[in-house]
Design a protein around this ligand. Structure first.
Ligand code: 2AM
Length: 184
């Protein structure tokens, strides 16, 4: 229970959410490539985090939503063709050998929005990835993947809820990518 007077918060992040076909293709790869000992991320949870806000109040959420509405970024294509393992968080991930400028522009805009909303943006460079499995050893049996081509035409604000069975994600809002080249 929250202490008296403490404002309720929700754990939020901006993300790219795959279409059904992309999700299924990535999940198919994950099922075949990852050993059972790793904790595979279920298909419904596969995504790329753009900017992680953490636990925020309703006021901050409002700020994020109204700011996100103003963001102009072009739609872009992402080719998921790379698989890797990060020993520190012990995750197996899928990503793209080449991420387009528009994707970086979108992340930059979201990081600027975080400052406007009194949130601290991530200090590290963005590392676009889909987490395929957690608590993983070097579990990859196939080093190459796909490629899976993903046409990205929107971005989402997502709530993360921790349940006994693990994290569950709920898309709260989506915004279309409609900007012109060079616009912010
Ligand atoms: P991960 O997949 O690399 O673990 C929801 O938790 C999403 O936000 C996940 O994609 C997770 O990345 C990312 N995330 C969780 N905690 C984070 C943090 N402190 N900084 C950046 N991203 C985080």
């Amino acid at each position: 229970m929250s202490s008296a007077g403490a404002e309720p918060t929700r754990r939020l992040f901006f993300a790219l959410w795959p279409t059904g076909a992309v999700r299924d293709a990535v999940d198919h790869f994950s099922r075949h490539a990852i050993r059972k000992r790793a904790k595979r991320v279920p298909a419904r949870n596969l995504h790329i985090t753009l900017a992680f806000a953490g636990s925020v109040t309703a006021g901050v959420r409002d700020c994020l939503e109204s700011g996100a509405e103003q963001i102009q970024a072009e739609p872009f294509d992402l080719r998921i063709d790379t698989v890797g393992y990060w020993p520190r968080p012990r995750i197996i991930w899928a990503g793209s050998g080449q991420s387009p400028r528009a994707a970086w522009g979108l992340v930059k805009s979201l990081r600027e929005l975080f400052l406007v909303c009194d949130l601290q943006p991530e200090a590290r460079a963005w590392q676009p990835h889909i987490t395929l499995a957690r608590k993983a050893g070097q579990g990859l049996e196939i080093k190459q993947m796909g490629p899976v081509d993903w046409s990205i035409s929107d971005f989402c604000l997502v709530e993360s809820v921790t349940e006994e069975s693990g994290a569950s994600y709920r898309i709260l809002r989506r915004w279309p990518l409609v900007g012109q080249a060079g616009s912010m």
